[in-house]
Design a binder for this molecule. Structure first.
Ligand SMILES: [Fe+2]
Ligand SMILES: [Fe+2]
Length: 289
């Protein structure tokens, strides 16, 4: 059964440690300026849904980082890597909380629920170095690298001062996560044999299928051009509050794929172009499974 994203505790010690860790490094958004009453009613639910969906995905990022950190010692990664990764875990907790607060202002995030099977990623049949390589490639080299481009789009479109501040924080953190990911990739991918790199490429096709579907695939199912006009009209009131259409996201996503993700992965010896070409096949497998 899916469960709610757990947020909030009465335990004072945890509350104060949490606030110190999360609020210290980033400005607190001007929450008093966030006023849903200024948004036309027709757009409010769209804004709420957009931010509620982010609550779920940010919390999942936190879960992935926790699972990754747990396996770093088996791979023999230096202590500094675990320490830096724990900072990222806190960042994702910050993102979850910020997104929840925006969603809450617009009516809540009860629909942000978690599938228990997504909360435990460790696969005991997979050696630690392959587990870490798999999630480094998918979560960081694709997910975090793409999110820098997508958040840039949101930042350009958001005119609400509170939401702009929230997105600024998300973007600043994600820029660092993107850098961390490539650093981790430079440490982990050279540990792989040629066969393991092939395996990683095949695995990556599924990650590409997932992110392509989320960020633009519906617009370019056959790899063709993105239509010049949106398939659904852009809602300027939602855009001002950080919720954009996929039509707006897609070009930024494909630009990151073409300019950063594919060439950087290929330079590290991962057959990324082949994986990208196989993503539709991988997506079809996912659907029929
Ligand atoms: Fe995040
Ligand atoms: Fe992140």
């Amino acid at each position: 059964m899916r469960r709610r994203v757990p947020l909030g505790t009465d335990e004072k010690l945890f509350r104060s440690m949490h606030r110190r860790m999360l609020d210290g490094p980033r400005p607190v958004p001007p929450w008093n300026l966030l006023d849903p009453a200024r948004t036309p009613e027709a757009s409010r639910e769209r804004v709420r849904q957009g931010w509620a969906a982010r609550v779920e995905s940010e919390y999942r990022s936190m879960v992935v980082f926790g699972e990754l950190i747990a396996r770093f010692p088996e791979v023999g990664l230096p202590l500094e890597v675990s320490c830096a990764a724990s900072q990222l875990l806190q960042d994702e907790a910050r993102h979850t909380e910020l997104c929840a607060r925006v969603a809450e202002a617009f009516g809540g995030y009860d629909d942000a629920t978690l599938d228990p099977k997504h909360l435990r990623l460790v696969d005991d049949d997979l050696p630690a170095h392959l587990f870490v390589a798999r999630w480094t490639a998918s979560m960081f080299c694709v997910g975090e690298a793409a999110s820098v481009g997508l958040l840039g789009v949101l930042r350009d479109g958001s005119t609400d001062p509170c939401v702009a501040s929230v997105i600024d924080t998300l973007l600043r953190d994600e820029v660092m996560h993107d850098r961390f990911g490539w650093g981790l990739a430079r440490m982990v991918f050279p540990l792989l044999t040629d066969d393991e790199r092939e395996w990683l490429g095949a695995d990556l096709a599924f990650a590409f299928a997932h992110y392509d579907r989320m960020n633009g695939g519906c617009l370019r199912p056959d790899g063709g051009a993105i239509p010049a006009t949106p398939d659904t009209p852009e809602d300027p009131d939602a855009l001002a509050l950080g919720v954009a259409s996929r039509w707006r996201f897609a070009p930024a996503f494909y630009r990151r794929v073409d300019e950063v993700i594919l060439p950087s992965l290929a330079a590290l010896g991962v057959p990324a172009y082949e994986a990208w070409a196989l993503r539709h096949e991988a997506a079809a497998t996912l659907v029929t499974e």
